[in-house]
Design a protein around this ligand. Structure first.
Ligand SMILES: [Zn+2]
Length: 343
């Protein structure tokens, strides 16, 4: 079996179709990218810094690349998986490729988030573009798709309630995305507020598509406790045991802050000072291979990046050294590269 077949990289020898189409030229192969990422992670380790791979971040043109680069260096972030907003079907996720071309050792080609009307309406070109990009072999991760989403705290405060999204995860587009992940081996991210009635459909899909890899964003985020009574560390412990294709990221709101829609403290995993709560620490130590770090920055809040990374490092400091290293970067490494991290 060839290396390409072993790794599942369709694009390993094709040299980056989408980038070539966008006039990128000279695109790196997957193997070359991975070698550059490994070198960057190793250089951090050699300086005694635990590298972080940020698997959840939304890119928009307003985010200044230079300051991102500077903050990544200052805070020991090896890689950011920047998923662009989907605003232009003709452009698709090319800005993620352009970023990766500028800084190939820092930014991971990631397909667009499902965070705009193109996704919410469940019609039109979004799915087709994502399928084409995923199959091109140019991308390493699929962006965050909002299946159940409440207005963000900022939107809530501005009384913009339009982003109250309900898309059945077992509907036509849900099936298409699970199928795409199974087919390409690319992990995809879901925003899925863990309401009691929504847990069974997700588990049904995880069962039906054992080859799909799902990163459930914002583990520990509970915004309406009365609708989300079944969710918590015990639920996740059992669900992760039952479904080896499920992963979670730990992109969490500021410890102790309250969701304006309910008044509840929505970060249920961390104490106000950022340390992990005992039951969450136990969960992460029980399933050390299933969690990643996410900053959840976006064009309207990219300046939070340093704060989010500091918050993540406080969380990691509650864990054993081995588990912290897995969650900081080794699990993401495996999901992105399909290889185990080797020092
Ligand atoms: Zn989200």
């Amino acid at each position: 079996m060839s290396l390409a077949a072993l790794c599942g990289w369709r694009g390993l020898s094709s040299g980056g179709q989408a980038e070539a189409q966008s006039g990128g030229g000279g695109a790196l192969s997957a193997a070359q990218r991975i070698a550059g990422w490994a070198e960057r992670a190793r250089s951090l380790l050699q300086r005694g810094i635990l590298p972080i791979i940020d698997t959840e971040a939304t890119y928009g043109g307003q985010i200044p690349t230079d300051s991102m680069v500077e903050q990544m260096d200052r805070h020991g972030v090896a890689l950011v998986c920047f998923a662009p907003n989907f605003n232009d079907p003709a452009r698709g996720s090319r800005s993620s490729l352009a970023l990766a071309k500028q800084h190939p050792d820092r930014f991971v080609p990631t397909t667009c988030d499902g965070t705009t009307g193109y996704w919410f309406r469940q019609q039109g070109p979004f799915l087709e573009v994502m399928q084409r990009e995923a199959r091109s072999g140019d991308f390493f991760l699929l962006g965050e798709l909002e299946f159940r989403h409440y207005p963000s705290p900022a939107q809530y405060r501005a009384r913009k309630f339009g982003r109250d999204i309900i898309i059945p995860i077992d509907g036509a587009w849900g099936h298409a995305v699970f199928q795409l992940s199974s087919e390409t081996g690319l992990a995809f991210q879901i925003h899925y507020e863990p309401e009691d009635a929504l847990l069974a459909p997700l588990e049904k899909m995880l069962e039906a598509y054992p080859g799909a890899k799902v990163i459930w964003c914002h583990a520990g985020q509970v915004r309406y406790p009365d609708r989300q009574s079944a969710y918590g560390p015990d639920y996740l412990r059992q669900t992760l045991s039952r479904h080896p294709n499920l992963f979670c990221d730990l992109a969490l709101s500021e410890p102790g802050s309250r969701y304006p829609g309910s008044g509840a403290i929505h970060n249920t995993a961390q104490f106000g000072d950022g340390r992990l709560r005992h039951e969450w620490r136990r969960l992460l130590e029980t399933h050390p291979d299933r969690f990643t770090i996410g900053s959840d920055i976006a064009p309207d809040r990219y300046e939070d990046f340093p704060t989010k990374i500091v918050q993540s490092r406080t969380l990691l400091a509650s864990l054993s050294r081995d588990t912290a290293a897995r969650i900081a970067f080794q699990n993401a490494w495996r999901l992105l590269t399909r290889q185990e991290w080797t020092a």
